[in-house]
Ligand binder design. Structure first.
Ligand code: COA
Length: 118
């Protein structure tokens, strides 16, 4: 495989996709290997007003045409608020992954089928 062919093969994994609700929050996602999607960043500028859920619904809407097998994110081990949010959405939370983040992380993951109807 030459460089151009390799770049074309990997292009999909290098792109970031941005969902923005002005003044309310954002979600950034990208394709992972294994027919899945990684939520790279999610933030509600004001918490507990349904913005996180709304961003997630928008992601599901964007993926609807070409649904992946699964959705996942890495979350800091001490970021329990975010872990609770994902749990409510139907995600599984892994055990602590000692060697991934400097201060510990967890993998949150769910099949697309499970979380598509929010
Ligand atoms: C994760 C995040 C985006 C959630 O956004 P949000 O708008 O506050 O979440 P929602 O209002 O949609 O919450 C939906 C449900 O999730 C659960 N939930 C959300 N935050 C929670 C918390 N801190 N504690 C317990 N449950 C929580 C609740 O069940 C909530 O429903 P309810 O408010 O009716 O009880 C927000 O906490 C955030 O911006 N965190 C900081 C940024 C961050 O660390 N991002 C992750 C990078 S990996």
């Amino acid at each position: 495989m030459n460089l151009t062919e390799l770049e074309n093969k990997m292009k999909k994994f290098g792109e970031m996709y941005y969902i923005i609700i002005p003044d309310k929050g954002h979600l950034v996602w990208r394709y992972g290997t294994g027919d899945n999607v990684e939520i790279f960043d999610i933030e509600a500028y004001k918490k507990r007003q349904g913005v996180g859920k709304e961003l997630f619904r928008m992601l599901i809407g964007e993926l609807g045409e070409n649904p992946p097998h699964a959705i996942f994110a890495f979350v800091g081990d001490d970021n329990t608020d975010v872990q609770k949010f994902y749990k409510v959405l139907g995600f599984d939370i892994s055990h602590e992954l000692d060697h991934l983040y400097r201060y510990g992380a967890r993998l949150v993951s769910a099949s697309y089928k499970k979380v598509k109807k929010l």
